[in-house]
Design a protein around this ligand. Structure first.
Ligand code: ASP
Ligand code: MG
Length: 469
């Protein structure tokens, strides 16, 4: 059987007529080699944000969505004008744009009347960018001599009804994908599929969550037993750090499943965290490549325990900005059960996600970080949860330090090489950087440090110098 490649193009890779031309060129080149190719597209860059902005403004009774509808229409129509050349393709795609922007207006109007944007409505609205983009890409591929057909992923990806974070039913999805895609591939026709979107058994449109197109590509890759999934993006794969902070940053040729999970969590925006497992499990290859530098360096995601050597125990360092360190402190907490449970319960009720936790065995303080915008809500909730303990002085104080960052060092080789934390701390000490809190999971695949925001870049550079020597 010939190779099957799933090529996924992110928002910037389909962000303009020029970008779509480049992306389509990559598809044609692969197709011309005899590879069976399926394409998954994101919405044009920025479009999903605008769609959601429209929905939210409508729910507040604000008519701003009408201007957004016009903006979205122009952006897509202009792309068609500068990209498509044949009248037949042009009118076909323009008709789709009109239909979908019409749908956007109707949905926003409904949301405005109801005064509420339900998760289900948000999915119907936010899916429109992919649904338009698919037609533009398919039309351009056909015009440039490559048989292609637009395929709605609502007909391929069966999900539960968790709108905005829907999860696939792999068995049904496998059947749907094989039935629809195999005949096309057999015919040398390239299916051009919407990323990000699925549908429930009853046919309601769902989305897999922001950035979910990567996940779409991985799901399709896994159920179709593809040889490879290539995530085409706008950077040279996964870098050892942000090149804007450390110009000597370099592309990591391989990154393990666990490493990418740690990195994705800590803000390396290259890959949706759920996209890794399906591909690794079925044994296919997952690549991250740069659409605008296709022959440049790329990253291959590999199974844990492979591709990582103890010769390079540290691989990457990232910083999550704009965090606050919250401390609950008191001598009366020693040995008292349930303090942590109540603290995190109170935080959870504010709708805040905790980004790092540490508690020493003396149990005299619990420290954790939360995104800065939530600080006030969190402190208020904790004060009210622990009113009794505060008045009895079992808890001395609950306080926050804003303006901190989480610097996270990742590398699975760390677990087999002794002395890595020591090297990290020495590197920071040499720069007179004060570490406010430390967390290392038992997986020993990453260490996270809290430092003051103004020392963020210096910390990243100091640690990065241990990686790239
Ligand atoms: N367009 C969607 C988003 O912006 C999905 C994606 O691009 O992966 O979140
Ligand atoms: Mg993405």
């Amino acid at each position: 059987m010939t190779t099957l490649s799933i090529m996924k193009f992110g928002g910037t890779s389909v962000g303009s007529s020029e970008a779509i031309r480049v992306a389509a060129g990559l598809v044609r080149a692969e197709h011309a080699k005899g590879t069976r190719v399926a394409v998954v597209v994101s919405a044009m860059s920025g479009v999903t944000n605008l769609l959601l902005e429209g929905a939210h403004s409508a729910s507040r009774g604000n008519r701003g969505w009408q201007d957004l509808a016009a903006t979205l229409h122009t952006r897509h129509a202009d792309t068609v004008v500068s990209l498509l050349t044949t009248p037949a393709e042009q009118s076909l795609v323009r008709e789709r744009i009109d239909t979908h922007i019409g749908e956007f207006r109707a949905l926003c109007h409904a949301v405005e009347v109801l005064g509420e944007a339900s998760p289900r409505a948000l999915d119907a609205i936010s899916s429109l960018g992919e649904r338009i983009c698919m037609h533009i890409m398919a039309g351009h591929l056909r015009e440039s001599g490559c048989a292609a057909e637009a395929v709605r992923s609502m007909e391929l990806i069966r999900t539960d009804a968790t709108f905005q974070a829907a999860r696939p039913d792999f068995d049904t999805t496998r059947e749907l994908c094989r039935a629809k895609l195999l005949p096309l591939l057999q015919n040398r026709t390239v299916p051009v599929i919407t990323g990000f979107i699925g549908a429930t058994a009853a046919g309601a449109i769902t989305t897999l969550g922001r950035g979910g197109s990567d996940y779409t590509a991985a799901i399709i890759g896994s159920v179709m037993a593809a040889d490879e999934v290539v995530i085409w993006t706008d950077v040279d794969g996964v870098m050892s750090t942000d090149p804007r902070i450390a110009p000597n940053a370099r592309t990591l040729p391989t990154v393990t499943f666990r490493e990418i999970s740690e990195l994705a969590f800590y803000g390396a925006k290259v890959l949706h965290p759920l996209a890794v497992r399906p591909m690794i499990e079925h044994g296919g290859t997952l690549w991250i490549r740069n659409t605008f530098n296709p022959t440049g360096p790329a990253t291959r995601i590999v199974a844990d325990g492979t591709g990582s050597s103890s010769a390079e125990p540290l691989k990457a360092v990232t910083a999550i900005k704009d965090q606050s360190l919250v401390t609950i402190e008191g001598r009366g907490m020693l040995g008292v059960q349930g303090i942590a449970a109540r603290a995190f319960g109170a935080v959870a009720r504010t709708g805040t996600s905790v980004t790092l936790i540490t508690q020493a065995s003396s149990e005299q303080s619990i420290c954790f970080t939360v995104p800065s915008p939530s600080t006030e809500r969190v402190i208020t909730a904790l004060n009210s949860e622990f009113t009794g303990e505060l008045s009895r002085n079992e808890i001395d104080r609950i306080w926050d330090r804003t303006g901190v960052v989480i610097v996270s060092v990742v590398g699975s080789g760390m677990s087999t090489v002794a002395g890595i934390p020591g090297r990290v701390f020495t590197a920071l000490g040499n720069q007179h950087i004060n570490i406010l809190a430390i967390a290392q999971g038992s997986s020993e695949c990453s260490i996270s440090l809290i430092v003051a925001a103004e020392q963020s870049d210096n910390s990243v550079r100091a640690i990065h110098n241990l990686i790239v020597t």
